[in-house]
Design a binder for this molecule. Structure first.
Ligand code: GLN
Length: 548
């Protein structure tokens, strides 16, 4: 394995999925970072898909986009919200990607005609990818998706077992998250599922060093003792992680139970004590709002909260920075129209149209934007939300009947949004695409520089001219319509680095109306917030005051 300095913390889950492995990993990462260590986090997804970017948000939640333009699992969003480290394409991989690489090598003859097998070829490739993702960090936390016992995750467990053997126990540590349910009918907390789950791990040759027990309430010492006895984990390392009213409390909760101290000792790391002032401030802000505002989010994935994970968090961060609680009201874009917009948006202090693909719900979104524009309700349009704002303005203010995006109407007379052919990336390379290019390859992805107009609302919010924000879309504002839009009162407040593409639009005669082609939600975090979301929530607060 060559000389690897990084310490590895492997995080697995047992009993059931959705225990919050991602948040636990991110919180431990935050604690270690606050002790002065460089930390990164990897998510290993046992499913076969090659590309999380093409998975349905209905099934899988949001697709998170990294700075380097990789479409990844939403857990990477948690990691970036908790850590200062930025994630890259190497921080997330799937079984499909591992097999693809092994098969590519096999085709090239790299295995010299030998039999290609799960052990060692697949497991070696998993180890290579883990080590690559860890880079030069002091600590790499590696979260294995799924639960121990799933058929799909077995090669991953085998790979991390081998890593422990090769690197030794000072360099590797295993954390297992498990469910400790309270059975109402028996009036008892049950530790058996946890015992079974650890047995399952042992059958793969893995002994957890730390158990994080998820439960409704705090676990009694007696129960922790029992779990310790049956699982061969020291009692001090049996951690109780009850449900909390704010996920941002978890780093502090884990620190109270000395999780970082245990990790640092077991991994023989020398570093300072944890400093959690900024996390304590976040908790303070989160738990003591002075008032609340209601934001209506008009989109099509309204049934699954995870579909807009980063956006929900970014709005909440906007609230933290204004001492407000943000109530998000999900409005199904397929149900809203010009006739019912007033009643469906009643009581909203701001309207947001999030990103999205495909034709469904488009007319409803247009009705919502129109309502916000005319009634001077603060509006934030993200990616698709910008495109909708431009279509609505073109139709109803410029007077271009039937204006549309070619994504929804190929034959439209006024393609104000279309597939336009080239843009410059942050390195200055010109990328090209056209309508005949393969869809997967034509997405504008990742962080790109945007230049803000000096007289714009956005410029005053960001307090700088050059910003870096992440993209994930194919369509752009059609420059041929810009003169008309601008002379009717729309402002181009931001443009791409080479000035050829519209990145931000605003309205001259509206108190707060911003559409951005990028996704600002991917760069918001609870400690710093994000200028657009802080500004948006502040505007909602002002609107609420005015309406009183
Ligand atoms: N469907 C639009 C496009 O591809 C918007 C995408 C998005 O909102 N992320 O350009």
């Amino acid at each position: 394995m060559g000389k690897v300095q990084t310490r590895f913390i492997f995080v697995t889950g047992g009993v059931v999925s959705s225990l919050g492995k991602g948040i636990a990993s991110a919180s431990i990462g935050a604690l270690l970072e606050s002790r002065g260590l460089t930390v990164t986090i990897l998510k290993l997804d046992p499913y076969i898909n090659l590309d999380p970017g093409t998975m349905s948000p209905f099934q899988h939640g949001e697709v998170f986009v990294t700075e380097d333009g990789s479409e990844t699992d939403l857990d990477l969003g948690h990691y970036e919200r908790f850590l200062k480290t930025k994630m890259t394409k190497d921080n997330n991989f799937t079984t499909g990607q591992v097999y693809e690489e092994v098969l590519r090598k096999e085709r090239k003859g790299d295995y010299l005609g030998g039999t290609v097998q799960v052990i060692p070829h697949i497991t070696d490739e998993i180890k290579n990818k883990i080590i690559k993702g860890a880079g030069n960090s002091d600590v790499a936390i590696v979260e294995i998706g799924g639960t121990v016992g799933d058929i799909e995750s077995q090669p991953f467990l085998e790979a991390i077992r081998q890593m422990k053997l090769e690197l030794g126990s000072n360099q590797t540590l295993f954390i297992h998250l498990t469910l400790v349910p309270f059975l109402k009918s028996a009036g008892e907390t049950k530790t058996k599922p946890t015992q079974r789950s650890v047995k399952e791990m042992l059958s793969h040759g893995l002994q957890p060093d730390i158990l994080i027990c998820r439960s409704d309430g705090v676990l009694a010492d007696e129960e922790r003792g029992k779990i310790a006895l049956f699982t061969n984990v020291e009692e001090s390392s049996v951690i109780s992680m009850p449900d909390v009213n704010s996920i941002y409390k978890i780093p502090v909760e884990l620190n109270n139970q000395k999780v970082d101290e245990i990790v640092v000792n077991k991994l023989n790391l020398t570093c300072r004590k944890a400093s959690l002032v900024d996390w304590k401030r976040v908790i303070e802000e989160d738990l003591n709002p002075k008032d609340s505002v209601t934001v209506s989010m008009v989109g099509k994935y309204t049934e699954l909260a995870d579909a807009y994970k980063s956006l929900n968090e970014a709005l909440r961060h906007g609230g933290l920075k204004n001492s407000l609680k943000v109530d998000i009201r999900y409005v199904d874009s397929e149900l809203i129209n010009a006739r019912n917009a007033k009643s469906l948006l009643k009581g909203s202090h701001a309207v947001l149209v999030p990103g999205g693909f495909g034709e469904r719900g488009i007319e409803g979104m247009i009705a919502a934007v129109k309502f916000a524009r005319i009634n001077k309700i603060p509006y934030l349009g993200i990616c698709l939300g910008l495109q909708i704002a431009v279509i609505e303005y073109a139709r109803n203010v410029v007077g271009l009947r039937g204006a549309n995006s070619t994504e929804f109407d190929k034959e439209t007379k006024h393609p104000v949004i279309g597939l336009i052919s080239e843009w410059m990336d942050s390195e200055g390379t010109v990328e090209k695409r056209d309508e005949n290019s393969d869809l997967g390859g034509t997405m504008r992805l990742g962080a790109q520089e945007c230049l803000l107009d000096k007289d714009s609302l956005s410029r005053s919010l960001y307090k700088k001219t050059k910003i870096l924000e992440r993209h994930r879309h194919r369509y752009e504002v059609n420059n041929n319509y810009l003169d008309m839009l601008i002379s009717s009162g729309m402002k181009v407040a931001g443009r791409s680095k080479d000035r050829s593409l519209v990145e931000v639009v605003e309205l001259n005669k509206h108190p707060w109306f911003v559409g951005c082609q990028f996704h600002p939600e991917f760069t918001s975090n609870p400690r710093k917030g994000h200028p657009l979301f802080s500004g948006f929530i502040k505007a909602a607060k002002k609107y609420k005051r005015l309406k009183k």
